[in-house]
Design a protein around this ligand. Structure first.
Ligand SMILES: Nc1ncnc2c1ncn2[C@@H]1O[C@H](COP(=O)(O)OP(=O)(O)O)[C@@H](O)[C@H]1O
Ligand SMILES: [Mg+2]
Length: 418
């Protein structure tokens, strides 16, 4: 089959790489893709959803997979489905679980899904009164999409009030901050758990851990994610069963009842406090870099997972994973995440193997040469029989990748190895 992948990051590259080795897949297309995806398929410069659907129809593409949240929130899935096209992703109504934190928190409350105590409001007085009932640290979140920058963990009530006031006035995040969520701080460890859903049925994937901070020991500013690994031994059977029973099942049921059946990937941002799982947030797509460490662990054909989920037939699938671990180390540009960096040519002295490979993200191609174009440039992924072996393979690969100003964390997967 022919498959279109919407997006341009390492996540989309890794989905494509896994599909490339799938015998059901004839050819791949990307909208827009990046400087390296053109080695895996054809990059398209079509932004308009209707025009993209025209292309899919004319080309006989049988499946579209949407990587990032923005097109989902903008309704790409609705446009494609209306035209009878098979697409993997959440509808516009379902994507509100990520597009609005206020909607998401109220949804969790309506369906008794465990989450931090909160209020959502557009009134400074109400936010301030609620802050007075909490003790520091206090979490203040902008309602709308803020590219991972809309959450403040305030160290005092005054700081929390200032954050709420800056958001509500529109100063911090414009319209995305016109409503805020204020919530209690949960002290535990975080997991990323993904459920692939078809509205009715679901498949839970191995739990992963992301590393949001720029520097080793979780120091420095937040980033889009500096590395990930899976499966994490921190998630035991009890945690998986809590996520299934108290999170995924009631969410699918609740979304059906509310007229927005959930399809695509449900990303559960979980915090485990003591032994209890709480939902921090939902995302309506794969995490990036988590996706890059989950795709290589799939034993089942990835085309079947995506196609059956998009077609509402996940119940037919016996999803299998390899008995291995994957660790992904993000290699970023010099000035990330503060400001952009000048393009730098990339050289790689290793070939992809069964033990390690590169997943390309922020890259452009000019005259056949790959350039790091700023931000998160690529991921070195290592595979192994243990977290340690996978990590060693990933770090061995980082030694074979060069561009000026390249930087990465040295402690990815530390929580699994301490
Ligand atoms: N209630 C909370 N208690 C403790 N930490 C939190 C809480 N809410 C969010 N965080 C931290 O802030 C990060 C970002 O918050 P999240 O809700 O995932 O928003 P986003 O990913 O949209 O920025 C989380 O990954 C977590 O580390
Ligand atoms: Mg998050």
């Amino acid at each position: 089959m022919k498959i279109l992948i919407v997006g341009s990051g390492g996540r989309e590259y890794s989905i494509a790489l896994s599909l490339k080795n799938d015998k059901n897949v004839e050819s791949l297309y990307f909208a827009p893709g990046n400087g390296a995806t053109d080695e895996l398929g054809i990059n398209l410069d079509i932004k308009d959803f209707e025009k993209l659907a025209d292309f899919v129809e004319n080309e006989g593409i049988s499946l579209t997979i949407v990587g990032p949240e923005a097109p989902l929130v903008e309704g790409i899935v609705d446009v494609f489905r209306k035209r009878g096209l098979t697409i993997f992703g959440a509808s516009k109504a379902a994507a509100r679980l990520e597009g609005s934190k206020a909607f998401m928190k109220d949804f969790l409350a309506r369906h008794d899904i465990p989450t931090a105590r909160y209020i959502q409001t557009s009134s400074y007085e109400k936010a301030s009164d609620f802050i007075d009932t909490l003790s520091a640290p206090i979490v203040v979140k902008a309602d709308g999409l803020c590219a991972g920058k809309g959450v403040i963990i305030a160290k005092s009530k005054d700081e929390a009030k200032k954050a709420a006031s800056d958001m509500l006035s529109g100063e911090s995040f414009a319209d995305a901050g016109k409503t805020v969520v204020v919530e209690e701080f949960l002290d535990g460890f975080e997991l990323s758990v993904f459920a692939v859903c078809d509205g009715e049925n679901y498949k839970i994937l191995p739990a992963a851990q992301d590393h949001k901070r720029l520097l080793d020991n979780d120091e420095g500013p937040n980033t889009g994610g500096m590395g990930a690994y899976a499966p994490t031994p921190l998630a035991n059977d009890d945690i998986y069963s809590q996520i299934e029973e108290f999170v995924v099942k009631p969410t699918l049921k609740g979304m059906r009842e509310e007229g927005a059946p959930y399809t695509g990937v449900l990303f559960v941002g979980a915090m485990v406090v003591g032994k209890k799982v709480y939902v921090l947030e939902y995302n309506v797509r794969f995490g990036d870099p988590e996706c890059e460490v989950l795709m290589p662990l799939l034993k089942s054909a990835p085309s079947e997972l995506f196609y059956k989920a998009a077609a509402g037939r996940l119940n037919e699938l016996d999803l299998q994973f390899k008995d291995e671990f994957a660790v992904g180390v993000v290699v970023a540009s010099e000035n990330y995440p503060y400001k952009s960096s000048a393009p730098k040519p990339i050289s790689v002295t290793a070939k992809n193997s069964a033990h390690s490979h590169i997943s390309y993200a922020g890259v452009d191609k000019k005259d056949g040469v790959l350039y790091a174009n700023g931000g998160r440039v690529l991921l070195c992924v290592g595979i192994g029989k243990s977290v340690k072996e996978a990590r060693d393979n990933a770090y061995d690969l980082t030694k074979k990748v060069f561009f000026e100003g390249a930087k990465f964390r040295n402690d990815i997967a530390y929580q699994a190895l301490k």
